[in-house]
Design a protein around this ligand. Structure first.
Ligand code: ZN
Length: 290
């Protein structure tokens, strides 16, 4: 069901005009805009970052490995899903991976920045993309799976987003998320990325439970690289060289990149067998709506 952004009533017909108050969301650059006031600028992410991100993603070990992990998780935990919405779909890199792996899955992508959708639209012909705010998702019991991949840590009101995700998920469906793990790893890299927080395992679990979901899998990943990442970040802290805030993965040789990708391939093999890592740079969470 669709939810009217003006009067909050649910309705179920083909177009977006609300049958109760006749409100119809505007379009920006061809995309339905549910939070037009936030489309061009907000504090969660810099608009300019999208073009550098779009260039980086396809070749970078982190984005490639995360895609493989997510594709595995969809297959493993939601094999019967027919529809999936990604919140904060950015340039559409994750959705394009999911589309290739599950051509029958009906995909939708929501993103607050219209700039991200411009890139996503090129990558994702046929996928419904719209501008929206995760704190106000215009759907009710609509999707089998809702994903948010490294999105929640950008949003102050993360619990609001989780309860909106709950509302938009069909009973029996669920959510799939990744977030940065461990508050002790906080560094200028997080500031650069406009993170509001990194998560503790317990905090994430409790917030997801409070929204009404049951957690079915929670594991860290990028665990084997944790010592390396911690060392790199602490070294920066100790030497006072904190001015360089570019994420660690941006400046690396292709040999390093492919070595790290192989390490994460090994780690994923272990996650697939059922092993959940207690520590890591990131966390993967799967939860179900009962
Ligand atoms: Zn209405």
């Amino acid at each position: 069901m669709k939810l009217c952004s003006n009067c909050d009533k649910a309705f179920d017909h083909g177009n977006w005009q609300c049958p109760y108050c006749l409100y119809e969301p505007e379009k920006i650059e061809g995309h339905l805009a549910f939070a037009p006031e936030l489309a061009k600028q907000n504090e969660g992410f810099k608009s300019e970052s999208f073009s550098s991100l779009a260039k980086l993603e396809a070749g970078n070990f982190w984005f490639r490995s995360r895609n493989r992990l997510l594709i595995w998780a969809v297959q493993q935990y939601f094999p019967k899903a027919e529809s999936l919405l990604e919140i904060g779909c950015g340039t559409g890199f994750v959705l394009s991976g999911i589309k290739e792996a599950f051509p029958k899955l009906i995909l939708s992508g929501g993103e607050i920045h219209i700039k991200g959708l411009t890139f996503a639209a090129e990558r994702l012909p046929g996928v419904e993309l719209f501008q929206m705010d995760g704190r106000r998702i215009p759907f009710q019991e609509e999707f089998d799976v809702i994903g948010a991949f490294d999105v929640l840590e950008h949003i102050k009101e993360d619990e609001e987003v989780l309860s909106q995700m709950y509302q938009a998920t069909r009973p029996g469906g669920g959510i799939l998320m990744t977030v940065p793990h461990h508050t002790f790893l906080w560094s200028p890299v997080d500031d650069f990325a406009h993170h509001v927080r990194r998560y503790k395992t317990r905090e994430l679990r409790e917030k997801v439970n409070r929204a009404g979901f049951s957690v079915v899998r929670l594991t860290s990943f990028v665990s084997f690289l944790l010592p390396l990442v911690a060392l790199y970040r602490f070294k920066k802290r100790l030497t006072g060289d904190e001015g360089d805030t570019k994420p660690d993965y941006i400046k690396m040789s292709s040999l390093t990149n492919s070595t790290l990708e192989r390490i994460l391939d090994g780690e994923r093999t272990m996650i697939r067998t059922g092993l959940s890592f207690p520590v890591g740079v990131s966390m993967l969470l799967v939860a179900r709506r009962n």
